[in-house]
Design a protein around this ligand. Sequence first.
Ligand code: BES
Ligand code: ZN
Length: 376
Amino acid sequence: MKLSAAFVLVALLGLAQAVPVTVSEISEKSSQGLRLVQLAEDAQPVWKTEDEVLQFIREEVNFFDITDTWAQEQDLPQMKMAAIAYPTPSHQSAVSPLIVKLSTTNMSSWLSSLTAYNNRYYRASTGQAASVWIQNTLRSIATSAGRSDITITPFSHTFLQTSTIVRFPGAGSDNAITILGAHMDSINSSNPMNGRAPGADDNASGTVNLMDVFRVLAQGGFKPSSPLELHFYGGEEAGLLGSNDIAINYKSTGKAVKAVLNLDMSAYSRPGSTAVIGIMPDFTDASLSTFLTQVVTTYSKLPAVKNSPCGYACSDHASWYRQGFPASHSSEGQFPNGINGALHTISDTTSLSGFSVSHALEMSKVALGFAYELTV
Ligand code: BES
Ligand code: ZN
């Protein structure tokens, strides 16, 4: 193609992409099975077939699927929340007795239950059964701890799998919410609907981190002065669906968010390498990430290292960042080399060499310290 012709074509494509997506177009195209996806921060969303979306997942191309949220998002103000000054961790004497109650026994048992589902895919009945199992397990912990003040609420989406929001109400006047989040879905990228996807590391590990932090705080009588929420997201593997829906809901209802810590992949430490916790540098809040680094150093025995950038739409922290909320993410090792390569396959099991519940326990300590320091 001649350069001038190529130039005209590029210019035309640019124009075509700049045309805003209308609400009627969304209902028409989505009823034809097309998905509206965003592949970069400043890019216009584009329509893709379900096969093309699946190809993105297989090639590990990150994206937001915004088919069902784009119209709502257009009505939101574009503002960022005011910068928050985070404290230096200072509650060691109160946090340490809680941290010693965190337990690999509980985490291992819950990992067995979660990985026993054929998969936890967001459209599969087993994906929804896993979500209900999480809700029931948390409810029974709250009930036996006599904690009727804690609410455990399913959050429904346009797809089968529900997310779950657990809330410890704040006793004081500060209503800015601290959120610990983890996605509970899994995927076998060669056969999403029916393939075996134990998702032990990605992300039953982050799920059981939150469950055990919940158990220890609920049983320990923890009543924060500002609200603490634990989120279990559905549909992350299909384009950050659950977290994006919830972040848009919080923005549109005017909720104040103090901090988000996303836990995604916490149980793998590459054999032969030094165990570390990786801190995600991109699509996260810099001062919150500094605080998270201090929390890792204060409450876990592992050093914190800075990850290489994971890129746009890498995991659920990106959904909060997208709405201007302060978000952070810590991972099992330094991204990319220290991360479990078996993700999205049948081999993401608890018996994979390098999978370690003791390693994951360090992330539970980080999550508990983070929550306590920001809400007490
Ligand atoms: N668990 C990964 C994300 C991740 C990356 C965790 C690096 C820890 C370190 C996540 O579940 C995932 O697979 N994300 C997709 C993108 C998603 C929008 C489809 C990916 O990275 O390909
Ligand atoms: Zn994941």
